[in-house]
Write a protein that binds this ligand. Structure first.
Ligand code: PMP
Length: 433
């Protein structure tokens, strides 16, 4: 497949944009190839600047549950733009939108709109600290919560009690407020709780992890976190930036029946525009300015184009109720990938919750960061490149979720499985060095 124009634009972009990208993973470094430059997209298909067409499983990193350029969203954004692009004042649309969310996720009694998942989680953490008067939070290795200072922390070593910053520029004193536990391991939480109990403001978790590849919570894990928070007077924060309106209308909280005190949302709720939110218990949320003394604000928060897109997305999702269909498509893709791997004698595991899944090149179940780090990353990179050449765009990293949209039909799934049957064979010749 010819991608000469993408290559040319990449060279040119590097002269003005850092690394030629506006978000690191777009560089395709993890899959050892040049990045694709997108030109347009519709439904499950994305076109690059060279005119190649791909079945897209990136779906703007999970933002597009209804597929690319859904008619309802286009119409809503166009109409909203005609009325003005930003006012910096309250609008009726924001309240309609907020009502959708409070109805869908009952633990969210009040919410605040922001523009990115990073802002949503960062603000929820500040609020939890303000509400409890405590400073430490527990996060889990392998979970990503945006790039705010204290959350850019992952397990440095098995012995680390305090978080080690995963980025230069994060003072270790900030990272020290973040305590690291292992995903799916309540004992690791208990060890931290024994030591820091009444200093812990919140436990923050991706209730289905999506950022070490998809890793579902073990039975009892989320319930255990809920109980621990209640016991020590900390807040439970679910980062549902990926899972909100993705795994079910009511997110993971509906899917697994565990209630959070605070929830961060993003991606799907914006219908592809910059929109995110955090919300939860009214008594906690009302600590936020102007009701309380925890400060948070934003010039473009509740931007009318973004909120109109989000409202149109949620309205269309509610009417269509795509979740059973997404589950069937997900199941079909999962089975197809497992069969393809088996026929080629390649060890893989597929983790899937509804329409989010990851194919891991590994012979052990992936249940946490340690097991996800042991996958054969070079094999995934080879697989990714073959799939791309076959017209299927996957996330350009072995540690990301693939997203199925409501526009991925039987045709696209079958084509993807056919392509994977060939690609897995060629990936099998790769070794992890
Ligand atoms: N939380 C989770 C679970 C995410 O997956 C992401 C982004 N992938 C974020 C937070 C940050 O969101 P954003 O990129 O919109 O800042």
């Amino acid at each position: 497949m010819d991608r000469r124009l993408s290559a040319m634009w990449h060279r040119r972009a590097q002269r003005s944009l850092v690394g030629g990208v506006n978000s690191p993973v777009r560089s395709f470094a993890a899959v050892e190839t040049l990045p694709v430059f997108a030109s347009r997209a519709k439904g499950p298909y994305l076109h690059d600047v060279d005119g190649n067409q791909y079945i897209d499983y990136l779906m703007s990193w999970g933002a597009l549950l209804l597929g690319h350029a859904s008619d309802a969203i286009l119409q809503a954004v166009t109409e909203a733009a005609g009325r003005g692009t930003s006012y910096g004042l309250s609008t009726e649309t924001e309240t309609h939108f907020a009502e959708f969310i409070t109805t869908a996720i009952p633990s969210i009694e009040r919410l605040r709109l922001v523009s990115s998942g990073t802002e949503a989680v960062m603000s929820a953490v500040r609020l939890a600290r303000g509400f409890t008067g405590r400073s430490k939070i527990i996060k889990f290795g392998g979970c990503y919560h945006g790039h705010s200072d204290g959350l850019l922390v992952k397990a440095g070593s098995g012995l680390a009690t305090f978080g080690m910053p995963a980025s230069s520029g994060v003072p270790s004193s900030f990272a020290a407020e973040t305590l690291l536990a292992a995903y799916n391991d309540l004992d690791s939480v208990e060890t931290l709780v024994k030591k820091w109990g009444n200093h812990i403001a919140a436990i923050l978790v991706e209730p289905v992890a999506g950022n070490m590849g998809v890793v579902p919570p073990r039975k009892g894990f989320l319930e255990g976190l809920r109980k621990t928070c209640d016991r020590i007077g900390a807040l439970l924060i679910f980062d549902e930036v990926i899972t909100g309106f993705r795994v079910a209308w009511g997110g993971v909280q509906e899917y697994f029946g565990v209630r959070a005190d605070l929830t961060a949302l993003g991606k799907v709720i914006g219908g592809g525009l910059p929109l995110a939110a955090f919300g939860g218990r009214a008594d906690v949320m009302e600590k936020l300015a102007p009701c309380g003394n925890v400060y948070q604000a934003g010039t473009l928060s509740g931007n009318p184009l973004a909120v109109s897109a989000g409202l149109a997305a949620l309205d269309a999702i509610r009417k269509r109720d795509p979740y059973a269909e997404l589950e069937r498509r997900g199941q079909r893709l999962e089975e197809g990938l497992l069969n393809a791997a088996q026929q080629n004698g390649i060890p893989v595991h597929v983790n899937r919750v509804g329409s989010m899944l990851t194919l891991f090149f590994t012979d052990e179940p992936v249940v946490n960061r340690a097991t996800s780090q042991r996958v054969n990353a070079r094999r995934y990179a080879a697989f990714f490149r073959s799939m791309l050449d076959g017209g299927v765009l996957l996330p350009p990293s072995p540690w990301e979720a693939w997203f199925i949209s409501a526009t991925h039909g039987e045709t696209e799934i079958v084509q993807t499985i056919d392509c994977a049957s060939d690609a897995i064979g060629s990936a099998g010749n790769t070794h992890n060095d």
